[in-house]
Design a binder for this molecule. Structure first.
Ligand code: RNT
Ligand code: ZN
Length: 422
């Protein structure tokens, strides 16, 4: 068990070191309250959902590998897992639901039939925990998505079905925001695309535009809900063509005052999502992040504290844009303890933001503006070995959550007592 006195002592030493560089760690810890992470419910059950028992992720070029025991198979189990995860995280969280996670009472409710009543249980659950909810239309894992197209389908019946689904999801999101007093971000991602070279890119993109215009027709106050749209570069089975590309959605978002969602698994590996933040924020009010870790492709590995995530967090802080950036997670790993994976990935994201907040911005900016490139580089390098870990540990301590490696034991206990018995 971590020793409280030792953590406090280490923090005081760290505080002095940061203060010498003009960084007030006390202020930084307070600002961490603004770093609210939206937990993606789908890490608990491999994006299966509760439309039918033992549902599996199907289609859409997203894949989950692994069959580690303990996946949540009911809403009650999922809620237990989420409570466990949150008990091991400092700071505040929101919950991000997909439409397939409604309470359908064991009856088949198709996607064009879902209503607020299927999510009222979640709204109540969130209210009890003073949390906000975010929401997503589920335009995959469905027979009407099997041909590879949803909102951009040339099958008019299918296209209308998916438009109706998104419309309903937005209405549900608005009700979530209204009841909970915090706007719900509704994100639309579709799997539409082709494995091999298409000849009618234009036609499908025109259909997608038309469908979005229809689906977004109902307006809701921004205090209730906000729309985000998420692009992708390619998927398994949509290697040659993705209808909803970055160019498409960025254009749509700017023209129609929507949020753009940047999933860092959805770009060419040499592109930096961190670099995009200050670019798109010149033209859209807000953005949504899907923080993930792609390994060779959009593999949705558990987020770790790596350079990519760091740059994203640093750029949000450097742009002074915490209030304009909605932070969501998007990873799913079925090959290790899922609750543990959840905590590792969320903590890594929080650490990246803490690291970003601890940057001696004034000093760095001065060097940069004076053309002192060596000095800027040297200070950035030095920051990497400052006692950041001591500040992180202290942040966990004052939030009454396990410090350092202590959460590993907590998850092992949960696995022994709960997960392994499922
Ligand atoms: C897929 C997108 C999308 C999904 C979730 C489940 O490539 O990243 O955000 O992962 O909606
Ligand atoms: Zn995503």
């Amino acid at each position: 068990m971590a020793n409280k006195k030792f953590i406090e002592k280490a923090y005081l030493a760290a505080k002095e070191q940061y203060a010498a560089l003009g960084v007030d760690t006390g202020e930084v810890l307070e600002r961490m309250d603004e770093v609210v992470i939206s937990l993606h419910c789908w890490q608990t059950d491999d994006v299966g959902g509760f439309e039918k028992p033992n549902a599996e992720l199907g289609g859409g070029g997203i894949q989950v590998t692994g069959n580690y025991p303990g996946k949540s198979t009911t809403i009650a189990e999922m809620r237990d897992d989420l409570d466990k995860v949150m008990s091991l995280l400092p700071g505040k969280q929101r919950l991000n639901l997909h439409a397939i996670y409604g309470e359908f009472g064991g009856k088949p409710v198709d996607r064009d039939q879902i209503e607020v009543k299927h999510f009222q249980g979640w709204i109540n659950w969130a209210k009890e925990r003073s949390m906000g909810l975010d929401f997503n239309a589920t335009c995959f894992s469905h027979p009407k998505a099997d041909e590879g197209f949803t909102l951009s389908s040339k099958n008019e019946g299918y296209r209308r079905f998916w438009v109706e689904h998104v419309k309903r999801c937005r209405a549900i999101a608005a009700e979530m925001g209204k009841q909970l007093g915090t706007p719900s971000v509704h994100n639309t991602w579709i799997p539409d695309g082709m494995k091999d070279t298409p000849v009618d890119r234009f036609g499908h993109r025109a259909l997608l535009k038309k469908s979005l215009d229809e689906a977004f027709m109902d307006e809701y106050p921004k205090e209730y809900m906000k729309d985000a749209i998420e692009s992708k570069l390619f998927g398994i089975g949509s290697e040659a063509f993705v209808v909803g590309s970055h160019d498409f959605y960025l254009g749509y978002a700017i023209k129609n005052d929507k949020l753009i969602c940047l999933d860092n698994g959805h770009f060419h590996p040499t592109e930096q999502v961190g670099d995009k933040i200050s670019a798109v924020l010149q033209f859209v009010d807000e953005l949504l992040l899907h923080v993930t870790r792609g390994v060779r492709w959009d593999s949705d590995h558990v987020v770790t504290f790596n350079d990519e995530i760091l740059l994203i967090a640093q750029e949000v802080i450097r742009s002074d844009a915490l209030s304009r950036v909605n932070i969501g997670l998007d990873f799913f790993d079925a090959s290790i303890n899922r609750v543990g994976a959840y905590v590792v990935g969320t903590r890594a994201t929080q650490k990246a933001f803490l690291f970003g907040l601890l940057e001696p911005r004034g000093e760095l900016l001065k060097f940069e503006e004076e053309g002192k490139g060596f000095e800027r580089l040297a200070l950035l390098e030095e920051m990497k070995s400052k006692p950041f870990g001591a500040v992180w540990d202290y942040y966990c301590l004052i939030n009454n959550v396990p410090v350092g490696v202590d959460y590993i034991g907590e998850i092992q206990k949960y696995e022994e007592g709960i997960l392994s018995k499922r």
